[in-house]
Design a protein around this ligand. Structure first.
Ligand SMILES: [Zn+2]
Length: 291
């Protein structure tokens, strides 16, 4: 097996601090490029031999080095990321970013509770000079969505969380997304889909995408993003299997990279169709044994 080194190289620079991406498109491209590079270098582990290295350059000043005795680095993230707490999704690493690049909020199931919205509100109000993008990032195999799907499929399971208010709050907040995802699967595959061995896994994965897209839609509404060039909300799902970010779209077979959320109810129906028609979900439905 190859050796892969991902190096955060702190450089002492005497040049002015580099400005981050100038608009939301450039911010999105930078995150997509960073994730593709991360996924590619790890994919290369499976091939050939010999070391592979990727260097993530870091301005030492972002860690408070080389500054005056009383100076601290100024916060200047170009993107805010709402992700899941899941330990397998280290946000800076999967986007090849370093300190002071990302304003990260992580909660189980990447839901939009009061603390999350307050944190994002802080970023929008105080870091607007550098902030160009807010990302709602789900991930495959999410435990929070899995719990919600299991309650949806077997409501008796709700009894085990009904008095655990903190857990119940997370599950309650996800059930609408699961219901909408189940509807999309019924529309696409017909009523017999529920007895398919891959149905549960397909419903979990469909719900994960829908949940991230709904969060991005809500963030867009919450913060009234009137100028999409200066700040906008997007979503994606980090696939633990391939380490790539996925956001299915109609007419695009692979649908890799971050995407804009739907704008209205019709857009969510269209997204539901794109998700269930994707190769990924279709292959789960095609399973002949329970996953
Ligand atoms: Zn999760």
């Amino acid at each position: 097996m190859k050796t892969v080194d991902i190096t955060y190289r702190y450089e002492a620079r005497d040049t002015p601090e580099e400005s981050g991406p100038l608009d939301s498109d450039a911010a999105l491209r930078r995150l997509d490029d960073g994730n593709r590079a991360f996924a590619a270098i790890l994919e290369s582990l499976a091939e050939g031999s010999g070391p592979v290295q990727r260097i993530v350059p870091v301005d030492a000043r972002d860690l408070g080095l080389l500054l005056g005795a009383d100076e601290t680095p100024k916060q200047r993230p170009f993107a805010a990321i709402l992700g899941c707490s899941d330990a397998r999704v280290p946000v800076e690493l999967i986007f090849s970013e370093g300190p002071n690049d990302l304003f990260v909020v992580r909660v189980a199931g990447n839901g939009l509770g009061g603390d999350v919205l307050g944190s994002l509100r802080y970023a929008v109000n105080h870091l607007g000079g550098s902030l160009k993008l807010i990302v709602a990032l789900g991930h495959s195999g999410c435990g929070a969505l899995t719990a919600a799907v299991d309650v949806f499929l077997n409501p008796a399971g709700y009894l085990s969380v009904v008095t655990k208010h903190s857990l119940r709050e997370i599950v309650d907040g996800l059930l609408v997304v699961v219901q909408a995802s189940a509807n999309a699967m019924l529309r696409a595959f017909g009523p017999n889909v529920v007895s398919n061995p891959g149905y549960r896994r397909a419903l979990i994965e469909t719900s994960i995408v829908t949940n991230a897209a709904l969060a991005a839609y809500a963030i867009h509404q919450e913060f009234g993003m009137n100028d999409p060039a200066s700040l906008r909300a997007v979503y994606g799902v980090y696939l633990l299997e391939t380490r790539e970010v996925w956001a299915p779209r109609l007419g695009e077979i692979k649908g890799m990279g971050l995407a804009a959320p739907p704008q209205d109810a019709a857009g969510f129906v269209e997204l539901g169709n794109a998700i269930v028609q994707s190769n990924r979900i279709a292959s789960l439905i095609a399973q002949t044994e329970t996953l």
